[in-house]
Write a protein that binds this ligand. Structure first.
Ligand code: BGC
Ligand code: NOJ
Length: 845
């Protein structure tokens, strides 16, 4: 079977060996404020904090060919014009390799005795992408070549940038600074992008060559590329001659021209820096208009020359190879630290690489980007999701707890006083997003889910005392604990005719729109809710989610009762009892009205008709309610959990994982909405959602069925992908959806990277299969593994404690702990206190 690359676990890299992958296989640069997306052929773009409002470089979505726009280098060696990443020139290379690592990518190509290798990364605490290009002469004769860099500026707002041309094509402005920092040597050359800088904007971007002289430049796209050429053959590159163009409107770009001579065996490094800065209003402009060496769009009369102090500082900082290498070392060391909190050695390299490297890496990426910017998310449509972000932080909290803490406060600050929430917020302003609004009735529960995970990881109960506003309105602050209480009560206060939760606009399944009833193709399924008055639409998914997170809430209240002083004890106890009664009532309601005989129903529709029942013509069974109700253990004593799990295997499972519903919908049901708009087998209509497979897998561990849990786990796990061509998207990260058994191409993946799948699979494998689970008190050991897994060792750092836990399974069991030896002594309990220091633990199953 054809492969396009392989894992290099030692270096924590995925190595792509053929540039013509079945889809662009991308990576992410940066993890704080400045971000970049980069494909294996150097396509992609950069932005600062917000992919919509501060887009730095331009990208063309859905272009032909795919993946157009990026950070391109062109080499004209006299015989050929080529790019180290193969694209955009597509000149056949003598060798090609792309290594995607932890927040960096290295692309190497060679041609005619020249090797060009570019390392792309964003240094820590820096608002710039470094591109270190190394050119090496591998031939026996001296080489002369012409090098061109290229990037195209986005006019800041990524949405209007691609639509408002009557304005855009007249606004572009640049500055070219031939002598970079005043005392820099060599002088270097920096191109500044300053569109709209003179008025309301206080920010600019720049593209610098910091450690070498440039012999020319271009800043106007048409001059550089030529109106009738594409990225693959810019006229300047082909002719080997820059135009030294100055952009006036149209499309400003940045390109350096450098003449390079290399002796046999010689290599030279060129440092390029693509950065972004903001100036205070009173320090926006340089005091010396018409400064020497600065060429601007407005010419001599320009009174708006950028005060470049901040850019100069960064340019200077990264003007030597030593400094760049040191910064790269720091980034790698940061990842050493992040990935050392949880490691496993299991004897199965696929499992180890997922747990130790790629699943954790993807959790960081989803935490940073939510659902905003990927090759499936354009970065203009969606902000940070309320439910999404809470789920993401569960996969990330062990890495940098302080950032998870801040995220929880940011999310909770968008909540409304009745516990309802904005479905999304914008990362730049942190304010709730009015375009989408609220009314997704699962949202509040996720705040409990996220906060409890944070406290169990850190032991930091003080977060509950943080004063957090409603809808970001100053003066409305209440404690975070109070936000959790109203989250819990939002479900309690919104029950339907069967005492099950009202679904609202939608629950986790954004496409099960039971109050939408849309016949108008111009309406959005997401925001249309034209028929909710008197609706009887209820969700069994929220019922399960409520029981699961409600139990966490009760446990939290009891924990608080045990740790606070006199008066509050009774308050928390009473609250715990009250909440428990609500949960018990919900469990009863599910047993009475939510069970279909062999599985849990999915919902009741507007009219009170069953959804996800054997009585239905299509969509007889859905995965979400099976996942949440089994995770919550509803009716386990009556055999409901086992039966539901068996039904998942029987009706939902296939070679590539479990589909979302079965049979798929083959026609449009106006009372169900978007779900029935998708062709059978795709997305929410019976696609394989890698996001909710783990719910059933955790359900399997609740039922103590380790073999089944494992089988489901490996079916959707990237490291087990056999057919890369069929899978199509990156084989090192999860995708949201794989085409299901009813689809035209079952097994074809889509929507890679930004999905709650990362966090859920992390939770599943670490806490429920390997069974190393943080609790309020410490670390619970509760493996539920396939009988073939006979031994594994986990290193887990929890708070100030470090555990090295070896689990032995001599008899090939699937669950159950018979003996725990902690630091040489047999102990009774399976929950280990996080006592500071190192602990050696042996567990016998
Ligand atoms: C997709 C969902 C997504 C929703 C939100 C729908 O079209 O199918 O997966 O969550 O849009 O924008
Ligand atoms: C993607 C969304 O980001 C997530 O919030 C939603 O739950 C799933 N799609 C399922 O519809």
């Amino acid at each position: 079977m054809k492969t396009f690359g392989y894992f290099d676990d030692k270096n924590r890299e995925y190595v792509i060996t053929d540039p013509a992958t079945p889809f662009p296989w991308i990576n992410y640069l940066g993890n704080e404020d400045f971000f970049g997306l980069i494909s294996n052929t150097a396509g992609g773009y950069d932005f600062y904090k917000d992919a919509k409002f501060r887009r730095i470089t331009r990208y063309r979505y859905n272009g032909v060919p795919m993946d157009a726009g990026g950070r391109y280098f062109y080499i004209n060696d006299g015989k050929a014009v080529w790019s180290p990443g193969w694209k955009p020139c597509k000149t056949p290379l003598d060798s090609y390799e792309c290594r995607h690592g932890m927040n960096y990518t290295r692309i190497t190509g060679s041609k005619n005795g020249i090797e060009a290798s570019v390392l792309f990364f964003v240094p820590l605490k820096t608002w710039a992408e470094v591109q270190k290009l190394t050119l090496r002469n591998t031939a026996d004769e001296a080489k002369k070549l012409k090098l061109f860099s290229f990037t195209e500026w986005c006019l800041w707002n990524a949405a209007t940038d691609m639509e408002n041309f009557q304005r855009n094509w007249s606004t572009g402005e640049v500055e070219i600074e031939k002598a970079t920092a005043p005392d820099a040597s060599p002088a270097g050359l920096t191109i500044y992008h300053k569109t709209e800088y003179k008025e309301r904007r206080n920010h600019y971007a720049y593209y610098a060559l910091t450690n070498a002289e440039a012999q020319g430049y271009d800043t106007d796209r048409e001059s550089f590329i030529g109106l009738y050429n594409g990225f693959e053959a810019p006229q300047c590159v082909v002719e080997g001659k820059p135009r030294n163009s100055v952009a006036h409107g149209w499309s400003p770009i940045a390109s350096h021209y450098v003449e390079v001579e290399l002796q046999p065996g010689e290599s030279k490094d060129f440092i390029f820096l693509l950065g972004y800065e903001e100036n205070e209003r009173e320090k926006k402009f340089s005091l010396t208009p018409g400064e020497k060496g600065v060429v601007t769009s407005l010419g001599e009369l320009d009174h708006t020359i950028i005060n470049k102090e901040k850019a100069h500082e960064v340019i200077k900082r990264f003007s030597t190879v030593e400094a760049v290498d040191a910064a790269f070392g720091e980034l790698c060391r940061m990842w050493d630290g992040l990935l050392s909190k949880f490691t496993v050695t299991s004897g199965d390299e696929r499992l180890d690489r997922m747990v130790n490297i790629w699943n954790q890496y993807q959790c960081m990426i989803t935490f940073c980007f939510s659902r905003s910017a990927s090759f499936f998310e354009s970065g203009v449509g969606r902000g940070m999701g309320f439910r999404d972000s809470n789920q993401d932080l569960v996969g990330f909290v062990h890495q940098i707890p302080s950032r998870a803490r801040q995220r929880i406060i940011d999310i909770a600050s968008t909540q409304f006083p009745d516990g309802g929430c904005y479905h999304q917020y914008q990362p730049l302003t942190k304010r709730g997003n009015n375009d989408i609004g609220g009314g997704f009735n699962d949202d509040p529960c996720w705040l409990i889910f996220g906060t409890v995970a944070y406290i169990k990881e850190t032991g930091d109960f003080s977060i509950l005392d943080e004063m957090v506003p409603f809808d970001n309105e100053p003066g409305t602050e209440v404690t975070l604990f109070e936000h959790l209480r109203i989250s819990f009560d939002h479900v309690v206060n919104n029950l339907g005719p069967h005492a099950l939760p009202l679904i609202g606009r939608a629950d986790w399944n954004d496409c099960l729109n039971l109050n939408c009833f849309s016949w108008d193709p111009n309406e959005s399924f997401q925001t249309t809710e034209n028929n909710s008055e008197g609706s009887k639409a209820e969700s069994l998914m929220i019922a399960g989610l409520f029981v699961l997170t409600g139990k966490q809430y009760v446990e939290l209240c009891r924990q608080l009762a045990a740790s606070v002083c006199c008066d509050s004890v009774a308050t928390y106890r009473t609250e715990a009892d009250r909440a428990q009664a609500c949960i018990d009532a919900m469990v009863e309601a599910v047993k009475k009205h939510g069970w279909d005989g062999d599985w849990y129903l999915r919902a009741y529709d507007f009219y009170g008709n069953k959804i996800g029942s054997k009585e239905c013509e299509e969509g007889k069974i859905f995965i979400e309610s099976q996942g949440f109700c089994t995770m919550a253990g509803i009716g386990q004593e009556d055999g409901m959990v086992d039966k539901a799990l068996d039904s998942c295997k029987r009706y939902l499972d296939c070679e590539h994982g479990m589909v979302l519903n079965n049979p798929a919908f083959t026609r449009y049901y106006v009372e169900m909405g978007e779900i029935s708009s998708y062709p059978a087998g795709y997305k929410e209509n019976a696609g394989i959602f890698c996001h909710n497979n783990p719910w059933v897998i955790i359900g399997e561990t609740v039922a103590r069925r380790g073999n089944d849990a494992w089988e489901h786990y490996t079916k959707i796990c990237p490291a087990w992908i056999k057919d890369q061509q069929l899978h199509k998207v990156e084989p090192y990260v999860y995708c949201q959806m794989v085409a299901g058994k009813d689809a035209a191409r079952p097994g074809e993946g889509k929507n890679s990277w930004l999905t709650g799948t990362a966090a859920w699979n992390w939770l599943t494998i670490t806490q429920y299969i390997l069974g190393i689970r943080p609790t309020f008190d410490g670390l619970e050991i509760d493996p539920c593994v396939p009988e073939t897994l006979r031994e594994y060792t986990v290193r887990r750092v929890l708070r100030d404690a470090e555990f090295e836990i070896t689990v032995k399974n001599p008899d090939g069991r699937q669950s159950g702990v018979r003996k725990v030896i902690l630091d040489g002594k047999v102990v009774e309990q399976t929950t280990l206190t996080a006592t500071p220091g190192k602990h050696i633990v042996e567990v016998i199953m």
